[in-house]
Design a protein around this ligand. Structure first.
Ligand code: CIR
Length: 322
C-alpha cells in the first residue's frame, strides 16, 4: 500500500488470493447451518468471479493465486492469515487450530515478493479479519479468534501505528443483554446475563464482519445493536485528536441497514473502486453504499459471494491487498 499525494488515499499494488479447496463445502467452519448446504460448484464460480474482478482492478499479473490446501477447508479466507501494511507483514496465528496450517504457504508467497514478515507467537492468536485499518490507525477485535497477545503482536509488527483493541465479545454480550431485556420487559434496563454467555452469531466472529473501511475517512458499519456499539467504541477511542480537531481526519460512519448487514464488509480496492457484496444488498444496503460512493467519486463493483458467506466468509476475507 502506498500513500498518494493526497495522503489519505491508498493505492494497492497487488493482492494475494487462494484457491477454493474441494473440502470447503463439507468441512469449512460454520457458526450456523442456517444458510443451508453450501453449493460447492456455485462457491467455485463465485470465487472465480471474485478473483477476476480483483484482477481487473489491480495491475496486470499482480494478483497471486496460491494453491488450495485440502486439509485446511477454510484456506480460501486468506485475509485471516496475514496483515500487510506499507510493505510490511504480520503472519498470524489463527484462533482456530484447524486453520494454522494455512500460514506457511502465505509466508512463502511474501518471501517471494520480498515483503518482510514477522509472526504472531503462541499462545497469541490473531485472525486478520479482526484487524481494521482506518487509514491512520488500527482497531483490532478481541474476539473468539484474537486474544490480547495477538493485539500485542500487531502493535509490535507496526510500531509506528496506533493499535486499539475492540472488546468485541463484551460488546456483543452487552448488545445481547439489552435485546433480551427489551424482549422480557420492553421498558426495563438491561438484565444481567453471565459474563461467559457465548456470542454464537456469525456477526460477532470478526471485527471486519461488522465494520470496514469504505472511504478515506469512512467506515461502513452494520446498523445492528452490535454494529452501533462498535461504531461508538471506535468513535470514542479514535486516537487522532489533533488532526480530528483540525477537521483533518474525523472518522464518519455509514450505517448499513441490518437486513443487508453483510454489505458492511466491503473492500476499498484502490483510489477509484469499492467492491461490495451483492448478496448482502438486494436492497437498501448496497443503495446506501452506492450513494456514498457516488458522492466520493468511487466506482462500485458488485460481487456475489453468498456461498462463501455461508461459512461466515466476509467479502474482504478472500483477499489480502498488498
Ligand atoms: C472461519 O470460521 O474461520 C471461516 N469459516 C470464516 C473466516 C472468515 N474470515 C473473515 O471474514 N475474515
Amino acid at each position: 500500500m502506498r500513500r498518494t499525494r493526497l495522503g489519505l488515499r491508498l493505492l494497492h499494488t497487488g493482492a494475494l488470493v487462494r484457491e477454493l479447496p474441494k473440502s470447503f463445502a463439507a468441512q469449512s467452519l460454520r457458526t450456523s447451518q442456517e444458510g443451508g448446504v453450501i453449493d460447492h460448484a456455485l462457491a467455485a464460480t463465485q470465487h472465480t468471479a471474485y478473483v477476476s474482478t480483483l484482477q481487473s482492478l489491480l495491475p496486470p499479473g499482480s494478483v497471486r493465486v496460491l494453491p488450495a490446501l485440502e486439509e485446511c477447508a477454510d484456506c480460501v479466507f486468506i485475509e485471516d492469515t496475514v496483515v500487510v501494511l506499507n510493505g510490511k507483514a504480520l503472519l498470524t496465528r489463527p484462533g482456530a487450530a484447524s486453520r494454522r496450517g494455512e500460514v506457511g504457504e502465505v509466508e512463502g508467497a511474501l518471501k517471494a515478493l520480498g515483503i518482510p514478515a514477522v509472526t504472531v507467537q503462541a499462545p497469541g492468536t490473531l485472525d486478520g479479519g479482526d484487524v481494521l485499518w482506518t487509514g491512520r490507525e488500527f482497531f483490532c477485535g478481541l474476539s473468539r479468534r484474537t486474544n490480547a497477545l495477538g493485539v500485542e503482536a500487531l502493535r509490535g509488527a507496526f510500531p509506528g501505528a496506533r493499535v486499539t483493541p475492540v472488546p468485541l465479545q463484551a460488546l456483543a454480550r452487552a448488545s445481547a443483554r439489552q435485546a433480551t431485556a427489551r424482549l422480557a420487559h420492553p421498558t426495563a434496563a438491561a438484565t444481567a446475563l453471565p459474563e461467559d454467555t457465548p456470542t454464537p452469531t456469525a456477526a460477532a466472529l470478526h471485527l471486519k464482519s461488522i465494520a470496514s473501511r469504505v472511504g478515506p475517512t469512512t467506515l461502513a458499519v452494520a446498523d445492528t445493536p452490535l454494529g452501533r456499539a462498535v461504531a461508538s467504541f471506535i468513535q470514542e477511542h479514535s486516537g487522532v485528536p489533533k488532526e480530528a480537531r483540525a477537521g483533518g481526519h474525523k472518522l464518519s460512519f455509514l450505517l448499513i441497514p441490518a437486513a443487508q448487514a453483510g454489505a458492511a464488509n466491503a473492500v476499498l480496492v484502490n483510489d477509484t473502486t469499492l467492491m461490495v457484496q451483492k448478496g448482502g444488498g438486494k436492497g437498501e444496503g448496497v443503495a446506501v453504499l452506492k450513494a456514498f460512493a457516488e458522492a466520493e467519486g468511487l466506482k462500485v463493483v458488485e460481487v456475489d459471494t453468498s456461498e462463501l458467506a455461508k461459512a461466515d466468509g466476509a467479502l474482504s476475507c478472500c483477499s489480502v491487498l498488498l
